[in-house]
Write a new protein. Structure first.
Length: 118
């Protein structure tokens, strides 16, 4: 249920931006910088990454995330950080409404082709 709650809430740009503000610090700055590099605001960037995670993560990945965050004082924020971290890698790709950012769209591109889910 925690992972579903994370996906449901942080798929909204405003909620995603507020959640990132709650995380704050150097991590939030890294996310802001990545969003600017993609030419978008931070709320949109975070919500796209979360929706992409929802689309691509199989049951095993979701269960691993759930196990990682269950029992934490702030499980949704910890989970959001875990989902965002791979998107901060240099050259990470993610999908925004069937368009892969930083790369021309290819009909053959699937979630398995996205670097941070391998």
């Amino acid at each position: 249920m925690l992972v579903a709650d994370l996906i449901h809430s942080c798929s909204n740009e405003r909620v995603a931006q507020a959640a990132l503000m709650c995380i704050g610090g150097r991590f939030a700055e890294r996310v802001r910088s990545a969003a600017q590099g993609k030419g978008m605001n931070v709320g949109r960037f975070v919500s796209i990454v979360v929706r992409d995670f929802a689309r691509c993560a199989d049951d095993n990945v979701r269960e691993a995330l759930r196990e990682r965050i269950v029992g934490d004082d702030q499980p949704l924020l910890k989970g959001l950080r875990a989902v965002l971290e791979p998107a901060l890698e240099d050259g990470a790709l993610f999908v925004d409404d069937d368009i892969i950012l930083n790369q021309p769209y290819s009909a053959e591109m699937t979630c398995a082709g996205l670097r941070y889910y391998q």
